[in-house]
Ligand binder design. Structure first.
Ligand SMILES: *[C@@H]1O[C@H](CO)[C@@H](O)[C@H](O)[C@H]1NC(C)=O
Ligand SMILES: *[C@@H]1O[C@H](CO)[C@@H](O)[C@H](O)[C@H]1NC(C)=O
Ligand SMILES: *[C@@H]1O[C@H](CO)[C@@H](O)[C@H](O)[C@H]1NC(C)=O
Ligand SMILES: [Cu+2]
Length: 329
């Protein structure tokens, strides 16, 4: 008789050891914090409390909290996860600020890069209802070095997804499953989508085995204008289509992480000129000091608070949205 698969074992043992269920859990982006203020992501799972209408995270159809496969790399599912849809709310942030991205946990074995991209939304309503096929992206963080070798004497490898290797995801887990993203100082005022993505490589030794978790949030960035500083090191936006980012046999996507890797090639476009990712040593946990007030974009570079926005929908909806929104505070 063949030994039971890991999945079967988990199914058999879960009633006895509920924590084992976590082994099969994937994840989603729970919320972001900007200067201590919390803005909600989107929880795609059924049988959870409803998402607040003020969520800035794009909704997805990833009801299993799962991933996008390499078979979907050329489709819009890779842009902002499966059937990703942009919500009305945007989190206000200033160029130069840092955004603390909180994942709803992360499995230790799911090693890989933690990547962040931005795309500008040109419409009058910002990123609300934007066609994701039209978004053009700039990579602002590639979590380099992504994988570092840890020699003997440099810790015992405990808590590492792959013994002897320290991955960006190990840094993320040590920071309470979170990652800090720097908003480039040179960004102009306007609405942007932040696309934050982990590529889990535990099955990536087989073709098609990589698992991408691309989660999007809407931002409204207040640019620094003339205060931005010297021309030198100026930030430059690129214009990549997410459907061209990856191919299933890229060296950073088709890679056996347990085969004694000496280095790792980050997949996708190169980091933007003037981008300044937050180094590993500054990745750290952070707690919310309260709910932030998201904004709705009205005329490209003008916004109103999300609570006021409920007034522009139909009267019954407005009452509903306002009521539910106020109760969150
Ligand atoms: C996205 O993924 C879903 C679920 O696998 C699939 O039904 C849908 O056709 C995909 N969308 C595109 C644009 O390929
Ligand atoms: C990955 O490498 C390990 C160690 O060499 C090997 O045991 C395993 O079979 C490889 N996996 C694949 C999918 O090639
Ligand atoms: C870790 O993140 C959770 C949210 O997922 C938060 O409730 C908790 O306070 C954080 N812990 C620390 C030590 O920052
Ligand atoms: Cu998983």
């Amino acid at each position: 008789m063949p030994p039971p698969s890991l999945a079967t074992l988990i199914t058999l043992l879960t009633p006895l050891f509920p924590s084992l269920a976590l082994v099969s859990a994937h994840s989603h982006l729970a919320h972001i914090l900007i200067n201590g203020q919390l803005y909600h992501g989107f929880d795609p799972r059924p049988n959870q409390p409803p998402n607040p209408p003020s969520h800035v995270g794009w909704s997805t159809a990833a009801t299993d909290d799962g991933f996008v496969s390499p078979t979907d790399y050329a489709t819009s599912n890779i842009t902002c996860h499966i059937r990703g849809t942009s919500p009305p709310a945007h989190a206000p942030v200033r160029a130069g600020d840092r955004i603390h991205v909180q994942w709803n946990g992360w499995p230790v074995g799911h090693v890989g890069p933690v990547l962040s991209y931005l795309a500008r939304c040109e419409s009058d309503t910002g990123c609300t209802g934007v066609r994701k096929e039209e978004l053009r992206w700039t990579k602002i963080d590639d979590s380099r070095p992504v994988m570092e070798l840890e020699g003997k004497g440099k810790g015992n490898g405990e808590g590492r997804g792959v013994p002897g290797q320290k991955w960006a995801t190990d840094v993320l887990i040590a920071a309470n499953n979170s990652w800090v993203v720097a908003v480039p100082r040179g960004l102009e005022t306007g609405a942007y989508v932040l696309r934050h993505e982990i590529i889990a490589l535990h099955f990536a030794g087989r073709k098609g085995g990589a698992q991408n978790y691309p989660l999007c949030v809407n931002l409204f960035v207040e640019g620094l204008g003339d205060r931005e500083g010297p021309e030198e090191g100026k930030f430059e936006m690129d214009a990549f289509d997410a459907r061209w980012f990856y191919e299933e046999d890229d060296p950073g996507v088709l890679v056996n992480v347990t085969a004694g890797l000496k280095s790792y090639t980050v997949p996708g476009p190169t980091l933007a000129v003037g981008a300044s990712p937050v180094p590993y040593a500054q990745q750290s946990p952070s707690v919310s000091r309260g709910e932030g007030t998201p904004v709705v974009v009205t005329r490209s570079t003008k916004t109103v608070p999300f609570t006021a926005f409920s007034g522009v929908t139909t009267p019954t909806m407005a009452a509903g949205i306002k009521g539910r929104y106020t109760r969150m505070h």
